[in-house]
Design a protein around this ligand. Structure first.
Ligand SMILES: C[S@@+](CC[C@H](N)C(=O)[O-])C[C@H]1O[C@@H](n2cnc3c(N)ncnc32)[C@H](O)[C@@H]1O
Ligand code: SF4
Length: 369
């Protein structure tokens, strides 16, 4: 999904509403080390290593084609969200940012946020991200006690999360972290204490999400079976009020449903969504809103990571479609590729491999069928 720090954003912005100079680019990294039982984001666990170079080329290609549809924009914010973008190597992040800079004009004061999970391994990459151009991180801390983290299925402890916050503070001028509240058995008093602790650690920005039981998640099944009890409506309301009151009293009022910041420290990318400004969505399942020929277009990409890769890689063969008037079937391309009969180069061109040569006629016939 494209919402930077708002999994459940408010009313969808209307076309043209609050239109200004801002233009955001959202890039989705769709992989996680494990799937949290409450999460219905477009995030997937893979047991084989991810071919980051291949993804990197596909991101560059999609950036190129999207920029061709949205020319002349000046990028004011970039958000690398997920999934878990902090699983990407800094080189991959650098390549994505280079591609954005190659195809769009990027404002000198651009805000570049990367979403990170607060494990120690990921925190070691922070300096690499900064060197690649990232200037803000958003950490998924979720809770400040180990029992809650365990119940949420998180892979980190509270200590580890706070250490990651400390590393973020030294590596970046701007950072934020997310907490989930209205957790099972949480009282307003417990939440007020946790929030005060969080505010002491968060310099300028916090994202505070009320736990939502999403259909299709393990939490949904447990909740339906009565095995997971979330706070009743009155307690949930009290938890929300505590959130607003404690944050406002400490100088971090809400500037959007779930986001709190000191004045001037609002996430600019988040404001792009909130104000209904234009943004491009890059990567599996990313959404964009672009004004093309005077009309606002909502654009969504293929959600499944490997299918997205195939589609983007097959966009080079679209030239064939333009010439012949018919498209090549991405499924046939994938099968021939799996069989080692063809490859697709960085420019999206199909090449027949040595193995494919003896059966060239059959390969061509298969593709053109
Ligand atoms: C797309 S997630 C990515 C962050 C990162 N992968 C992580 O988990 O640390 C962004 C944020 O959405 C929030 N979130 C996800 N599912 C939620 C749910 N069901 N209810 C409330 N908040 C949720 C979490 O706070 C999470 O940090
Ligand atoms: S790590 Fe983040 S994106 Fe991945 S499953 Fe957990 S909450 Fe969702």
């Amino acid at each position: 999904m494209t919402s930077a720090e708002s999994p459940h954003p408010g009313p969808p912005p209307q076309a043209g509403e609050g239109k200004g100079e801002a233009f955001g680019v959202y890039v989705h990294w769709p992989f996680c080390l494990s799937k949290c039982p409450y999460c219905d984001f477009n995030s997937h666990v893979r047991h084989a290593p991810i071919d980051e170079e291949r993804f990197s080329r596909a991101f560059a290609r999609e950036i190129e084609t999207t920029a061709a549809r949205a020319q002349g924009r000046k990028v004011s914010s970039i958000f690398l969200g997920g999934g878990t973008p902090s699983l990407m190597r800094p080189q991959t992040v650098g390549a994505i940012l280079d591609a954005i800079g190659k195809h769009w004009h990027v404002a000198p004061e651009v805000e570049i946020t990367l979403e990170a999970n607060p494990t120690s391994v990921e925190a070691t990459r922070f300096r690499g991200y900064r060197a690649a151009g990232v200037n803000r991180v958003s950490l998924g801390v979720q809770a400040l006690d180990d029992a809650s983290l365990k119940a949420l299925g998180r892979l980190h402890t509270a200590r580890e999360a706070l250490d990651a916050v400390k590393i973020a503070r030294t590596a970046f001028d701007r950072y934020s972290f997310d907490l989930i509240y209205a957790r099972p058995d949480q009282t307003p008093e417990m939440w007020a204490d946790e929030l005060k602790l969080a505010i002491a650690e968060a310099a300028e920005h916090l994202s505070l999400y009320q736990l939502t039981i999403e259909e299709g998640t393990p939490f949904f099944g447990l909740h339906a079976a009565g095995k997971l009890k979330t706070p009743d409506e009155t307690t949930a309301r009290a938890l929300y009020d505590v959130t607003q009151d404690v944050c406002a009293a400490h100088g971090l009022p809400a500037y959007e449903i779930s986001n709190h910041a000191r004045s001037g420290a609002e996430c600019r990318h988040n404001l792009v969504y909130w104000r209904g400004e234009e943004y491009a969505g890059i990567g599996p399942g990313a959404h964009g809103r672009l004004d093309i020929d005077g009309t606002r277009h909502a654009i969504a990409t293929e959600k499944r990571p490997e299918a997205w890769l195939m589609r983007v890689e097959a966009s080079g063969p679209r030239r064939y479609a333009a010439l012949s008037g018919r498209a090549l079937d991405p499924h046939r391309i994938a099968v021939l590729r799996e069989e080692g009969a063809i490859t697709i180069d960085a420019g999206g061109r199909l090449r027949v491999t040595q193995a494919g040569f003896p059966v060239l006629d059959a390969v061509v016939a298969d593709l053109a069928a």
